[in-house]
Write a protein that binds this ligand. Structure first.
Ligand SMILES: Nc1ncnc2c1ncn2[C@@H]1O[C@H](COP(=O)(O)OP(=O)(O)OP(=O)(O)O)[C@@H](O)[C@H]1O
Ligand SMILES: [Mg+2]
Length: 244
């Protein structure tokens, strides 16, 4: 494998949280490499460290030890502001708890990372992409609602739209999308719709996607499925890709 074909390289990564009854080891000496363009699903019981791993990869949490290299950049070499810039430029993130801004409408939430800058997409293209993405996610009638006026599934779809709008608008290639249970609040039709969209971004635009999910119907869309337990990988195999 050429270096440039490798998107995420994790070496001997550990994260523990201090607690009165001793340290909680959320990620335990983990090694993982993710080739560019791979759609990877991570499964595992509650508390096994899946969200912690995504936060570490996004540079939102600092490891206790070990290293994370993305696009040949070792995250530990970046200070906080460089890390923020790197994340905005290279990583889309869908959080388990959506993290929508309550004082912004659905549409404004989707536009938020774009408004934060670091891109040269023109306004017309962005508006077109915004409309077509809201259309695909059946959110058009809700675009001017505030998060507390949206159902859980609608908020979830807004969070996904926010994470991929720029890639969608620019036909950007080879981005990295981290999604923490992106279909946890969705019915099967909406869930399928999201999986199809993520699959397209991987297959057609070469995106690398890491999805944490409890649902095998989501993992079925992935190229590879990893099972997590106690902060360690206990199984790693190609997906059966039944969706085709
Ligand atoms: N900020 C924190 N401080 C202390 N312990 C934490 C913190 N965040 C997570 N943990 C602990 O680390 C472990 C892993 O948590 P994590 O959120 O990564 O699990 P998960 O696999 O995403 O679970 P779920 O499927 O329920 O979302 C858990 O035991 C959790 O209690
Ligand atoms: Mg979690």
């Amino acid at each position: 494998m050429k270096m440039s074909d490798l998107h995420v390289k994790i070496n001997d990564l550990s994260k523990s949280y201090p607690s009165p009854s001793g340290d909680v080891i959320a990620v335990d000496h983990l090694d993982l490499t993710v080739p560019r363009g791979q759609f990877l699903a991570i499964m595992g019981p509650s508390g096994s460290g899946k969200s912690t791993l995504l936060h570490l990869i996004a540079g939102l949490t600092k490891p206790t030890s070990g290293s994370i290299v993305i696009n040949d950049t070792d995250l530990s070499t970046l200070n906080d502001s460089a890390l923020t810039r790197f994340r905005r430029r290279h990583i889309g993130m869908v959080f388990q708890a959506f993290n929508l801004i309550p004082t912004l409408t659905a549409e404004e939430n989707v536009l938020l990372p774009v408004l934060a800058g670091f891109h040269d997409t023109d306004e017309r293209k962005l508006q077109q992409a915004l409309s077509s993405l809201l259309e695909r996610l059946s959110l058009v009638p809700r675009r001017h609602h505030y998060p507390d006026q949206l159902s859980g599934g609608e908020q979830q779809r807004i969070a996904i739209a926010r994470a991929i709008l720029l890639d969608f608008a620019t036909d950007a290639h080879e981005g990295l999308l981290l999604a923490d249970e992106p279909t946890g609040n969705l019915d099967s039709a909406n869930s399928r719709n999201i999986c199809q969209l993520l699959r397209e971004l991987c297959s057609e635009q070469g995106h690398t996607t890491i999805v944490v999910t409890h649902e095998s119907r989501v993992a079925d869309w992935a190229d590879r499925v990893i099972s997590f337990q106690d902060g360690k990988i206990v199984n790693d195999q190609p997906s059966l890709r039944k969706e085709a």
